[in-house]
Design a protein around this ligand. Structure first.
Ligand SMILES: NC(=O)c1ccc[n+]([C@@H]2O[C@H](COP(=O)([O-])OP(=O)(O)OC[C@H]3O[C@@H](n4cnc5c(N)ncnc54)[C@H](OP(=O)(O)O)[C@@H]3O)[C@@H](O)[C@H]2O)c1
Length: 339
């Protein structure tokens, strides 16, 4: 066996799991052995990793024996049941689902923003919601420079954020509609082709959706400040990959748009694309496949004194999921923080 770590990927046949496997390979994470895990539906299937074809195993109670890192991306109920088993077997779990994110004992990590919060973890580390991950990369430099009072965010989220069946639904429904027929999907209640749906996840008693509340609570947890007032509207759009966000930030002290641009230019994981006169600003078609989160349309809010308005686009499968998870594993390896 070559030097490195035994890495299990739970949900290896899903959009995030596949991206995780590609990211491990791309970033040359020291993998001695990869164990792809999925449901019985995937029994007999294989994945390619570093030139080898590897069988996908069906997840079971014994799957984590000898595993160093277990990257989970198969839904909350799977993480709830199997993440504690993986930790018991001695693995460090990096969980992409929302199941553990708000647990006090579980650090919620974007390495560039709060990597130091990994210290003292108890075996499970959570990856934030895709829309939160890309937003906090931009909030952090502003928060450190001038403080943040309030955030108003509206998202335009791609269908890949809802998994492989959602991608298939948009494609099939678009083709059907263009040829004049109907296509009844089962991922989205309203048609997603040629439409916009102002609902992601279920509605809660307060009128917000669970996705919107995740953005609010997770942002406060990552920035370690629950006094920041945040309101969010999460919207699904007929885009395959790449989440966009319109973000309005009310700061504690005045910040000019030029100074905000300079802060973003120096921020890790962020690229500025902001030449409106040349019609240059980030779009999901441009940003899909990119590691960095892109920001443009940076301007001062005309309606308040201390306000910054911006447009941000990130690849939800990369910084919003797989890349961030692998960066957490890299951070653990580099800082030798073990369970
Ligand atoms: N998509 C995103 O942008 C994103 C971002 C952040 C977090 N997440 C979270 O990541 C998770 C997966 O998302 P996804 O988009 O990759 O979904 P997906 O494309 O639908 O894939 C789901 C994966 O989970 C596996 N799975 C389902 N039930 C299972 C079971 N009973 N036992 C073992 N494996 C099982 C599936 O295996 P089979 O192929 O065998 O069914 C598949 O590999 C979700 O919790 C989601 O909220 C997604």
């Amino acid at each position: 066996m070559s030097k490195g770590y035994v890495v299990a990927v739970v949900g290896a046949t899903g959009v995030v799991g596949k991206e995780m496997i590609e990211t491990l390979q791309e970033r040359k994470f020291p993998v001695a052995k990869l164990i792809p895990l999925a449901s019985e539906r995937s029994a007999g299937s294989t994945i390619d990793f570093k030139g080898n074809t590897i069988d996908v195993d069906v997840l079971n109670d014994e799957s984590f024996i000898g595993v160093d890192f277990a990257l989970f991306s198969a839904g909350g109920s799977i993480s709830e049941k199997y993440a504690p088993l993986a930790v018991k077997s001695g693995a460090v779990v990096i969980d992409n689902t929302s199941h553990f994110r708000m647990d006090n004992d579980v650090p919620l990590i974007v390495p560039e923003v709060n990597g130091d919060a990994i210290k003292g973890h108890k075996g499970i580390i959570a990856n934030p919601n895709c829309s939160t991950a890309q937003m906090v990369l931009l909030l952090k430099p502003i928060y450190d420079a001038v403080g943040i009072e309030r955030i108003v965010v509206s998202t335009y989220q791609s269908v890949s954020g809802a998994g492989k069946d959602a991608i298939q639904e948009l494609e099939s429904q678009s083709r059907a509609n263009l040829s004049g027929s109907d296509y009844q999907g089962n991922v989205f209640k309203s048609p997603i082709a040629f439409n916009v749906i102002p609902q992601i996840d279920v509605f809660l008693d307060n009128g917000y959706t669970k996705e919107e509340m995740k953005m609010i609570q997770e942002t406060q947890k990552i920035l370690r400040d629950d006094t920041i007032r945040i309101t969010a509207t999460a919207v699904r759009v007929p885009v395959f990959v790449g989440h966009s966000e319109s973000i309005n930030i009310q700061t504690k002290e005045y910040l000019s748009a030029d100074d905000a641009r300079k802060l973003f230019e120096a921020a890790p994981g962020v690229s500025v694309l902001d030449s409106p006169l040349e019609q240059e600003y980030p779009t999901p078609r441009q940003v899909a496949g990119e590691d960095n989160v892109f920001v443009g349309r940076i301007r001062n809010d005309l309606s308040i004194r201390n306000g910054i308005e911006l447009w941000c686009v990130g690849d939800n499968l990369k910084k919003g999921a797989a890349l961030n998870a692998v960066q957490i594993a890299e951070f653990l390896v580099q800082s030798r923080v073990t369970a």
